[in-house]
Design a protein around this ligand. Structure first.
Ligand code: FEO
Length: 170
C-alpha cells in the first residue's frame, strides 16, 4: 500500500491527465478549423500522450494494490482566440501540470515513499520536455507565424510529428 495522501493525489492526477488530453483535442479541433492541419496533428498526438500519462498512473496504482476511482472530466473551457494564444495556453497548462507533479513528489518525499518518487522521476523529466516543446512552438510562431510562407513551413513541421509510446514501462 502507498501512503494514503500520495495515492489520493495520484488518483486525482489521472483525471488531470485525461483533462489534458481533452484540452489538447480541443486545440487540435481549433487548428483543424483554421486550416492548420499540421498543428492539429501535433495536438492530436499530444492528446494521445496525455492519455498515456493517465494510463501509466492508473497502472502504477493498480500495481501497488490501490483502488482507482474515475471522476468526471471537465469540459475544455479555454477560449481559443488565435494561433499564438492557443500555444501560450498550452505552455500555461504544462506549467500547471508541472506544479501538480511536483506537489505529488513533495508529499511522496515527506512520506519517504521512495517507490513513488522513482516512478515520478519520469514525469518530472517529461514535464521539462513538454514545457520546452511548448516554449519552442511559441518562439517559432512569433518568429515565422506572421508570414504566410513561414506559417506554411511551420505547419509542415508540425505535420511530421508521429506518435510513439511512452518510454516508461511498468
Ligand atoms: Fe501529462 Fe503534458 O503532461
Amino acid at each position: 500500500m502507498l501512503d494514503k495522501k500520495v495515492a489520493e493525489l495520484l488518483n486525482d492526477q489521472i483525471n488531470k491527465e485525461l483533462y489534458s488530453a481533452y484540452l489538447y483535442l480541443d486545440f487540435s479541433l481549433y487548428y483543424e478549423e483554421e486550416g492548420l492541419d499540421g498543428f492539429a496533428n501535433w495536438y492530436k498526438i499530444q492528446a494521445q500522450e496525455e492519455r498515456d500519462h493517465a494510463m501509466l498512473i492508473l497502472q502504477y496504482l493498480q500495481n501497488n494494490g490501490e483502488k482507482v476511482t474515475l471522476t468526471a472530466i471537465a469540459k475544455p473551457d479555454k477560449e481559443l482566440k488565435d494561433k499564438l494564444q492557443v500555444l501560450e495556453l498550452g505552455l500555461d497548462h504544462e506549467q500547471y501540470v508541472t506544479r501538480l507533479i511536483h506537489a505529488i513528489y513533495d508529499v511522496a518525499y515527506s512520506a519517504r515513499d521512495f517507490r513513488t518518487m522513482q516512478f515520478l522521476d519520469w514525469f518530472v523529466k517529461e514535464q521539462g520536455e513538454e514545457e520546452k516543446n511548448a516554449e519552442d512552438m511559441i518562439k517559432k510562431m512569433k518568429l515565422f507565424g506572421s508570414d504566410a510562407k513561414g506559417l506554411y513551413m511551420l505547419n509542415s513541421e508540425m505535420a511530421a510529428r508521429t506518435y510513439s509510446a511512452p518510454s516508461l514501462t511498468l
